[in-house]
Design a binder for this molecule. Structure first.
Ligand code: ZN
Length: 155
């Protein structure tokens, strides 16, 4: 089980019960003493009533949605801190490129070449692979286990 997702689910349940915790941090998450092994969120000193307006499902590995569209600031912040979502930037030869700007392998090639000399035969092959991965992620709305070996993301 992924402890990060369990923490997120626990806080989401608290929200559904009408409460915003306002202080979710490592000191307030207990992993012991629960019969089902789920994390227990404690210390509601700063909690307040909350009508959760979350609009979107939290899809592990998908790009982070815009905070305003997501609808619930506490769950959005927590998902960011827990690294549930994938960055919207693709790291390619040390350069970070916004996923939305990648509309062809050439964008990746140009960006990497602006930094350093890379042999054309290497960079074209790898850029095509990276571009295909970005396309598949977009089509799926995120990462699905089995789409790729995680090692594939190291360029
Ligand atoms: Zn909420």
């Amino acid at each position: 089980m992924d402890a990060r997702l369990d923490v997120l689910r626990s806080v989401a349940e608290i929200h559904l019960a009408g409460v915003m915790h306002n202080d979710v941090n490592d000191d307030n998450i207990l992993f012991t003493s629960t019969p089902n092994g789920k994390p227990r969120i404690v210390d509601f000193e700063y909690a307040e009533k909350h009508k959760c307006r979350r609009e979107l499902e939290i899809v592990e590995g998908a790009p982070a949605p815009p905070r305003a569209l997501f609808g619930c600031p506490e769950l959005w912040d927590l998902a960011i801190r827990l690294r549930i979502w994938r960055s919207r930037c693709v790291s390619f030869y040390g350069e970070y490129i916004d996923e939305d700007s990648i509309d062809s392998p050439q964008v990746l090639i140009d960006s990497a070449r602006s930094l350093t000399y890379i042999p054309p035969e290497d960079i074209e092959r790898i850029a095509k692979k990276a571009f295909k991965m970005v396309q598949i992620f977009r089509d799926n709305g995120g990462y699905r286990p089995g789409d790729f070996d995680p090692e594939d993301w190291v360029f």
